[in-house]
Design a protein around this ligand. Structure first.
Ligand code: NI
Length: 137
């Protein structure tokens, strides 16, 4: 485990009070843990912005009856097979499907896949969740 360091931060008292109130609601055990998470979140965003090798998930919700949508979603995924690690399909009810696609690769290609899926007609919900390989944080 790397050495821990302590540092002090100067900020407005009211800002810290608001922060402490929120992290208490979120059940953070300590202020340090909350700040560590904020720093890591920031670093992950930077990893994505720099176009590095990253991992993430794309979550989709769609009605598989609509306009041969399931086939279209499958075709798009085949076009990006090199960055798709795995996908899981769940039949939510008679009409709706939830699909989670785990992706790994360059930011640009992952965002292109996410955009292709998101803008496909009939997709009810699509979101890209940026995660990290864990190496840089
Ligand atoms: Ni389904």
């Amino acid at each position: 485990m790397p050495d821990l360091v302590r540092f002090s931060v100067s900020l407005e008292e009211t800002l810290l009070e608001k922060f402490d109130k929120e992290i208490k609601k979120d059940n953070y055990p300590t202020r340090s843990k909350a700040i560590i998470d904020l720093i890591r979140e920031h670093l992950v965003k930077k990893e994505w912005a720099k176009g590095k090798n990253v991992v993430g998930t794309i979550t989709l919700v769609y009605d598989h009856h609509k306009r041969e949508l399931a086939g279209k979603v499958m075709d798009i995924q085949h076009d990006f097979h090199s960055i798709i690690v795995s996908s899981q399909h769940v039949h939510l009810d008679h009409d709706n499907c939830l699909e989670v696609v785990i992706v790994k690769g360059k930011t640009e290609k992952i965002e292109k896949l996410s955009s292709r899926l998101k803008t496909t007609k009939g997709i009810k919900y699509a979101t890209l969740n940026m995660a990290s390989t864990g190496k840089e944080i």
